[in-house]
Design a binder for this molecule. Structure first.
Ligand code: NAD
Ligand code: UGA
Length: 430
C-alpha cells in the first residue's frame, strides 16, 4: 500500500484484517516512525485497535522502503494524495507519477498496480506508460479501483461497501482483484468490473453527485430562510420519495473536506479540457466556496452587524464529525472571516485542534466547550460532533456573556432553544 494516509492506512489495515499480508509504505519518515510506535497519524474511530491487532498477528507492517515492499507483492495499491494543483482547478498528479516511477523500478514478477487515489480519467494510461517506459521487461497490469470510504466511518465503509469498482480489461488482474476483495464477495458486496477509464470517471461522478445534493439542499435552505419554511421538513418531504432519498440532504455551512471541493474542481477541469463543459458541477463548486465564506456573516448578523472587539466562541473545526481532518473545512473559512472582522475568537474541537492551529493564528484554543463559551457574545456550532448535541445548556448560558447561539448544523430545536432563553439562529429554519 503506497501512501499511509486516510485511505492507505485504513485500506491497508482492512486488507490485513481480511487475512492478506500487507505492508503500508510512506515516504514521510515521521509518519512511519509513529505507526511503528503504535501512534496513529490520523484520528479515525477504531483504527488504532485494528492496526494493533493485525500487527500482532504479523499481517501488517510499515516501512519507508518502497522497493522492499513492492518486490514480493502481487498487488500494489497507490493511495497517495491528489490535491488541487496550486492556482488551478487541476488535480496534482505528481505524487501518483512519482510512486509509479518507484514501483516500476522495484517490480520483480507479474504485479497488479492499482490506482486507489482519486485520479482524472486517463491517469491509468499515464501510469502504464511510465512503468512501461522505465521497465520494458516488466510484467504488470494497471487497474483503477477507486475508494468510496468516508472519513469518520472509514473502517465500516471499507468493510461494508455499497460496491467495489474495478477498472481493467486484463484477465489476470481481474483474478487478483477478485481474490484481494474475496471476503467482501462472500458478503455479497456488488462488484462492477468495467473499463479503466470508466472506473476513473465513476469516482468523480459519484462525488460530484453527492456534492450536488448537499449544494442543492443548501440553496433550498436559503430560500426557506426568506420564505419562513423549514428546510429539515423539506428534506424529509423530498427524501421520502425513493427516487430522491433522504441522505446527503442535511443543510449546513457548505461541504468541506479533502474530497468534494477538490474533486468537483478537478472534474470541471477535465470536462473543460475534453471540450464537454459541466455547468452543473461548476455551479456547485463555486456556490459552495462562496457559501463557506458567507457563513461568518451569519454570526455577524446574530451579533447585530459587527463582531469587532467582541469575544466569539466556535465549536467544531473539522470538516465534519468523527475526524481530525480540517482540509477545506467550512470552520476554517468562518474562523478566518470572524478574525478578519476583528473578533476575539475562542475555538474548541475534540480532535482537530492540532491540525487547525497553524491555519488560524490569532484564535484562542480552549480545552472544552464551556471554557470556549466563557465571556462570548455569541457561540457558533460549526461541526456536528455528538459531544455538541447534548451540551449542558444552563452551564453554557452562564458561561456566555450573551445567550446567542448560531447553529450551522441544525442540531438543536429552535423552539426548545427559545424556551430556554437563547437567541438562536440555524440554517434554513424559522
Ligand atoms: P493523505 O494525504 O492522508 O495521505 C497520502 C499519503 O501518501 C501521505 O502520508 C504521503 O506522505 C504519502 N505519499 C505521497 N507520495 C508518496 C510516495 N511516493 N511514496 C510513499 N508515500 C507517499 O491522503 P488521503 O486522504 O488518504 O487521500 C489519498 C487519495 O485517496 C486521494 O486521491 C483522495 O482523493 C482519495 N480518497 C480519499 C478519501 C478520504 O476520505 N480521505 C476517500 C476516498 C478517496
Ligand atoms: C466523501 C464521500 O462521501 C465518500 O464516499 C468519498 O469516498 C470521499 O468523499 C472521498 O472521495 O474522499 P467525506 O469527504 O469523508 O466522504 O465526507 P462526507 O460525509 O461525504 O461529507 C463531505 C462534506 O459534506 C462534509 O463537509 C459534510 O459536513 C458535508 N455534508 C454531507 C453536508 O453538509 N450535508 C450532508 O447531508 C452530507
Amino acid at each position: 500500500m503506497i501512501g499511509s494516509g486516510y485511505v492507505g492506512l485504513v485500506s491497508g489495515a482492512c486488507f490485513a484484517d481480511f487475512g492478506h499480508v500487507v505492508t503500508c509504505v510512506d515516504n514521510d519518515e515521521a509518519r512511519i516512525g509513529d505507526l511503528e510506535a503504535g501512534r496513529m497519524p490520523i484520528y479515525e474511530p477504531g483504527l488504532q485497535e485494528l492496526v494493533a491487532s493485525n500487527r500482532a498477528e504479523g499481517r501488517l507492517a510499515f516501512t519507508k522502503d518502497l522497493a522492499a515492499a513492492v518486490k514480493n507483492a502481487e498487488v500494489v495499491f497507490i493511495a497517495v494524495g491528489t490535491p488541487t494543483l496550486e492556482g488551478s482547478r487541476e488535480a496534482d498528479l505528481h505524487y501518483v507519477y512519482a510512486a509509479a516511477e518507484e514501483i516500476a523500478a522495484a517490480i520483480t514478477s507479474f504485479t497488479v498496480v492499482v490506482n486507489k487515489s482519486t485520479v482524472p480519467v486517463g491517469t491509468g494510461d499515464e501510469v502504464e506508460k511510465i512503468i512501461r517506459a522505465r521497465r520494458p521487461d516488466a510484467e504488470f497490469a494497471v487497474v483503477s479501483n477507486p475508494e468510496f470510504l468516508r472519513e469518520g466511518a472509514a473502517i465500516y465503509d471499507f468493510k461494508h461497501p455499497d460496491r467495489i469498482i474495478v477498472g481493467t480489461d486484463d484477465p489476470q488482474a481481474h483474478v487478483v482483484m477478485h481474490e484481494a476483495y474475496r471476503p467482501l464477495y462472500l458478503n455479497a458486496a456488488p462488484f462492477l468490473f468495467t473499463a479503466r477509464r470508466t472506473a476513473e470517471l465513476i469516482k468523480y461522478a459519484a462525488n460530484a453527485f453527492l456534492a450536488t445534493k448537499v449544494a442543492f439542499i443548501n440553496e433550498i435552505a436559503d430560500i426557506c430562510e426568506k420564505a419562513g419554511a423549514d428546510v429539515q421538513d423539506v428534506a424529509r418531504g423530498m427524501g421520502l420519495d425513493n427516487r430522491i432519498g433522504r441522505k446527503f440532504l442535511n443543510a449546513g455551512p457548505g461541504f468541506g473536506g479533502s474530497c468534494f471541493p477538490k474533486d468537483t474542481l478537478a472534474l470541471v477541469h477535465t470536462a473543460r479540457t475534453l471540450g464537454a463543459p459541466t455547468g452543473i458541477v461548476e455551479a456547485v463548486e463555486t456556490g459552495n466556496r462562496e457559501r463557506k465564506r458567507r457563513m461568518a456573516g451569519k454570526v455577524l448578523e446574530a451579533c447585530g452587524g459587527s463582531v469587532a472587539g467582541k469575544t466569539i466562541a466556535m465549536l467544531g473545526l473539522s470538516f465534519k464529525q468523527n475526524t481530525d481532518d480540517v482540509r477545506d473545512a467550512a470552520a476554517i473559512d468562518i474562523a478566518r472571516g470572524l478574525l478578519a472582522e476583528g473578533a476575539d475568537l475562542r475555538v474548541y474541537d475534540p480532535q482537530s485542534m492540532e491540525k487547525a492551529r497553524p491555519l488560524i493564528p490569532g484564535a484562542t484554543f480552549c480545552p472544552n466547550a464551556y471554557d470556549c463559551a466563557q465571556g462570548a457574545s455569541a457561540l457558533a456550532i460549526v461541526t456536528e460532533w455528538d459531544a455538541f448535541r447534548a451540551l449542558d445548556l444552563e452551564r453554557l448560558k452562564e458561561a456566555l456573556a450573551e445567550p446567542v447561539i448560531v447553529d450551522l448544523r441544525n442540531i438543536y430545536s429552535p423552539a426548545e432553544m427559545r424556551r430556554r432563553g437563547f437567541r438562536y439562529t440555524s440554517v434554513g429554519r424559522p
